[in-house]
Design a protein. Structure first.
Length: 457
C-alpha cells in the first residue's frame, strides 16, 4: 500500500500519522475473505520508537480505487463542547472522520452498514462498510436518477440510458454491467484541507463527478480468441492492466498519453524500458516476463508478433475497461452541477457552514447557466486576514474567497493551471501568496513552469 498524502507529525506529543491507499489490484481482488488491513487506514505511530499506537480502517477491502488521498490533519476542536486534541481524515467519498489523536478514539458517529456482494468469480467483497452519520459529508456519495445532468434534454436522455443499464448504489462492487459511482478523483484529493483553529472551520475542495467502471473477463472465450487473433501483445495489454489507463483502443485519457503512433518515436528496446521502469505517473512493471514485454512492445509498435505468449489459465480474470468518467457527449459531467466545490466544515458542530462551486466553464456561464464548478486538483490555504486562497481548477484561475461567507472576492488567470497548494509568507512586513503553476497533470491543460506570487494589500 502506498501513502499518497505524506506524513503529519505532532512533535509535542511525539506522534506521527499517515493514511494508506487501497491494496492492489484496482477493482478486482479474488482470493481470501477479509478486510485487507492496513489498506485505507489512518495509522498513528510513536514517532520516537516507530511503535504502532492505533489505527482505523475507513474502507474495508476497497474494490473502488478510493485510496485515502491525503495526510491526516492535526486539528484541535471541541467535541460535545469539550476541547480535544484531534486529527481529521478526509476521504474521496466526502466523509470526515474525527479522532482523538492521542487515544485513537473515533469521534465521528459511524455505523457499519451491509453492502452488496461481489458478482465476479472468486471475489469476496467485505460484507459491511463504515457509514458516517456525523459529521455531514462534504460531497455527493451515491449517484441517483435525480442526480443526472439536466444541462440539455439530449444530455439528460443519454445519461439516463447509461444509468439504467449500469449498477449504482452505496459501495456496489464493480460489475460486468458497469457501476457508476462518485469518488475516484474525490471528494477530497491529495491536498486535503486547511484548518482555521480560531473558528474551527476546515476548508476542503472537492470533486463531485462520477465514474463509470465496467469489468471485462479477459479470459472469456470470445474475448481472448479475439485478442489472440489480433495480437498476442494485445492480450498482455489487457491482462497487465495497461487498458485501465491507456484505454481499450490505446486512445489515452486526460493526462494519459495515447499509444497509437509510438513507432514514430520509439524502437522496441525503448518501449521495453518504459514498461519495466515506469515513467512519471506510470508505474513500473518489473514483474512482467521477457516474452510478455516483447510481445507488448511489438503490439504497441504495430509490428507482427515474433513472440509466442502462453495463454495462462482459463479462469475468469477481470479487468476494468478504461478508467472512465461518467461524461455526456460534450465531455461535461453527466451528473448535475456543481462538479467541483469549495466547502467549509465546522469541526465543533460537524456541519457544512458553506459550499460554493469552484471553477467554471466560461462557455456555459455565457449561456446563463449558474457557475458549475469543475474538476480540481490542488489545495487551499486560509489566512489570518480571513481569506481562503485556491487555484486547482482547469480554468487556470487563482481565487480568494471570504472565509466566513464563501463569497468569491478576487480571481485572476494564471499562466498555467495551478494544481498545487498555495503558500503564504512575509517579507519586510508585507504578506504574499505564491503558487506553483505548471498545468498538465490529470486535467491535461497546457503545460509550463511558473511560480506566481501576489502581494496582499
Ligand atoms: C496508472 C496508469 C498507467 C498504467 C496502468 C500504464 N500506464 Fe503507460 N503511461 C501512463 C502515464 C501517465 C504515462 C506518461 C508518463 C510520462 O511521460 O510522464 C504513460 C506513458 C507510457 C508510454 C510512453 C508514451 C509516450 O508517448 O512516450 C508507454 C509506451 C506506455 N505508457 C505503455 C504502457 C504499457 C505497455 C502499460 C501496461 C504494461 C502501461 N503503460 C500501463 C500511465 C499508465
Amino acid at each position: 500500500m502506498n501513502v499518497w498524502g505524506g506524513l503529519s507529525v505532532d512533535p509535542k506529543n511525539g506522534m506521527v500519522y499517515f493514511a494508506t491507499g487501497q491494496p492492489k489490484n484496482d477493482f478486482y481482488r479474488p482470493g481470501k475473505e477479509g478486510s485487507q488491513l492496513y489498506g485505507n487506514c489512518i495509522v498513528a505511530l510513536n514517532a520516537n520508537t516507530g511503535q504502532h499506537a492505533w489505527h482505523y480502517q475507513v474502507i474495508h477491502r476497497d474494490l473502488w480505487d478510493l485510496d485515502l488521498p491525503c495526510a491526516p490533519i492535526l486539528a484541535d476542536f471541541n467535541y460535545k463542547g469539550k476541547p480535544v486534541p484531534g486529527v481529521v481524515q478526509l476521504t474521496k467519498t466526502g466523509n470526515v472522520f474525527l479522532f482523538n489523536r492521542l487515544t485513537g478514539e473515533l469521534l465521528s458517529d459511524v455505523e457499519e452498514r451491509s453492502v452488496p456482494p461481489s458478482t465476479l468469480l472468486d471475489e469476496q467483497a467485505y460484507p459491511t462498510q463504515p457509514y458516517v452519520r456525523w459529521p455531514q459529508p462534504f460531497s455527493k456519495q451515491v449517484v441517483t436518477r435525480n442526480d443526472l445532468t439536466d444541462r440539455t434534454p439530449e444530455a439528460h436522455a443519454d445519461a439516463l440510458a447509461r444509468f439504467e443499464k449500469a449498477d449504482t448504489g452505496w459501495y456496489v462492487p464493480p460489475t460486468q454491467k458497469g457501476v457508476i459511482y462518485y469518488g475516484i478523483h474525490g471528494g477530497a484529493e491529495w491536498s486535503g484541507g486547511a484548518y482555521d483553529p480560531t473558528t474551527g472551520n476546515l476548508y476542503v475542495n472537492a470533486n463531485e463527478l462520477a465514474w463509470h467502471i465496467t469489468m471485462i473477463d479477459i479470459n472469456a472465450k470470445e474475448k481472448s480468441a479475439e485478442a489472440f487473433a489480433q495480437h498476442p501483445g494485445r492480450r498482455v495489454y489487457l491482462e497487465k492492466g495497461c487498458v485501465g489507463c491507456h484505454g481499450s483502443e490505446r486512445q489515452g485519457n486526460g493526462g494519459i498519453p495515447a499509444l497509437t503512433s509510438l513507432s514514430k518515436k520509439y524502437k522496441k528496446p525503448d518501449v521495453v524500458q518504459i514498461v519495466k521502469n515506469g515513467r512519471g505517473a506510470m508505474p513500473a512493471f518489473s514483474q512482467i516476463s521477457e516474452d510478455e514485454v516483447q510481445a507488448l512492445a511489438e503490439f504497441l509498435l504495430d509490428m507482427e508478433s515474433q513472440t509466442a505468449v502462453k495463454q495462462s489459465n482459463q479462469k475468469p480474470v477481470y479487468r476494468a475497461m478504461n478508467y472512465t468518467k461518467f461524461l455526456d457527449k460534450e465531455n461535461y459531467p453527466a451528473t448535475k452541477a456543481p462538479w467541483g466545490t469549495l466547502n467549509a466544515i465546522n469541526l465543533h458542530t460537524g456541519e457544512l457552514v458553506w459550499k460554493k462551486p469552484l471553477g467554471e466553464y466560461p462557455e456555459l456561464t455565457a449561456k446563463g447557466i449558474p457557475v458549475t464548478g469543475r474538476e480540481n486538483f490542488g489545495g487551499c490555504i486560509v489566512t489570518k486576514g480571513g481569506l481562503v486562497f485556491i487555484a486547482a481548477t482547469g480554468d487556470e484561475k487563482f481565487r480568494a474567497f471570504d472565509k466566513d461567507t464563501g463569497e468569491l472576492l478576487w480571481e485572476t488567470t494564471l499562466p498555467f493551471g495551478g494544481y498545487a497548494t498555495p503558500s503564504t509568507y512575509v517579507v519586510h512586513g508585507k504578506q504574499y501568496v505564491v503558487i506553483a503553476a505548471t498545468g498538465g497533470g490529470k486535467l491535461g491543460t497546457k503545460t509550463g513552469d511558473a511560480y506566481v506570487a501576489f502581494a496582499l494589500e
